[in-house]
Design a binder for this molecule. Structure first.
Ligand SMILES: Cc1cc2nc3c(=O)[nH]c(=O)nc-3n(C[C@H](O)[C@H](O)[C@H](O)COP(=O)(O)O)c2cc1C
Length: 230
């Protein structure tokens, strides 16, 4: 099992510990990235990735190692503390840079068999909103199986988390890891993902503005009978 572990923060607080625990319990080769250490800055809005190709992004050099790791992984784990009821700005900045892999643009076949785990902690509220938002990101990348792990920790650091909450974290991360191991590499698209893919397929047939996207769908044979999943 290969795991890409993306932390939406540099420091090692509650979210880091839970994300790391989930990865270790799942087992395998873990490649880890910390944002903003390994990636920083928001999208410049130049549309180069959309109109010319991802390699033309001004931050392509920073994006590639993380994206390549994601593409080569069986499992993608993303952890973000809840900041003002949302994911951290760092994680959003990174995700902005891979929007051309979304289903309406140029999705990658490799995504359609992956599992994602999205994790957030909050002192009081907002963690469910964050995991929902991160799960949406994973879904639009074409990832069929997504586990959401929101935790109210009532603390500003891992040391401050009480034993009862740590026990709950232990149980939930255990359960998630066991499910991932049991289904090892068997994730496949369900009705919702296939439905959205078919909608995007229809819209690509009439797409005369994002030509690179349309060419991509044509080359893949997806406007015909081929599909990105087995
Ligand atoms: C900038 C900032 C914004 C925060 N916003 C929220 C929030 O909206 N809701 C909440 O319950 N806690 C909020 N918190 C608290 C953290 O989400 C909480 O302590 C979290 O568990 C920290 O995770 P960490 O230990 O991984 O850093 C915020 C903390 C910071 C630094």
């Amino acid at each position: 099992m290969k795991i890409t572990l993306i932390h939406g923060q540099n420091h090692k607080g509650s979210t880091y510990h839970i994300a790391r625990l989930t990865a270790e319990k799942t087992g395998g080769d873990i490649e880890e990235f910390f944002l903003p250490k390994d990636f920083s800055g928001g999208c410049a809005g130049c549309h180069a990735c959309l109109n010319k190709g991802r390699e033309f992004c001004p931050r392509a050099e920073q994006v590639s190692p993380i994206l390549n790791s994601m593409l080569a992984s069986d499992v993608i784990i993303i952890g973000s503390p809840t900041y003002i009821m949302e994911m951290t700005g760092h994680i959003k900045c990174f995700l902005e840079h891979i929007f051309t892999l979304w289903l309406p643009h140029r999705p990658e076949e490799a995504m359609f068999s992956k599992t994602a785990v999205v994790i957030s902690t909050a002192a009081g509220a907002g963690m469910k909103n964050v995991v929902k938002s991160l799960a949406r990101q994973m879904f639009y990348l074409g990832i069929p199986k997504i586990y959401k792990l929101p935790f109210r920790v009532m603390a500003a650091s891992w040391d401050g988390v009480n034993e009862k909450t740590k026990k709950k974290i232990d149980i939930k991360t255990d359960r998630t890891a066991r499910k991932i191991i049991a289904k090892n590499k068997k994730a496949s698209p369900g009705f919702k993902l296939k439905f959205l893919f078919n909608m995007m397929r229809k819209s690509q047939m009439n797409n005369d503005y994002a030509l690179l996207d349309r060419e991509y769908w044509e080359e893949k044979g997806w406007l015909g009978s081929k599909r990105p999943w087995k």
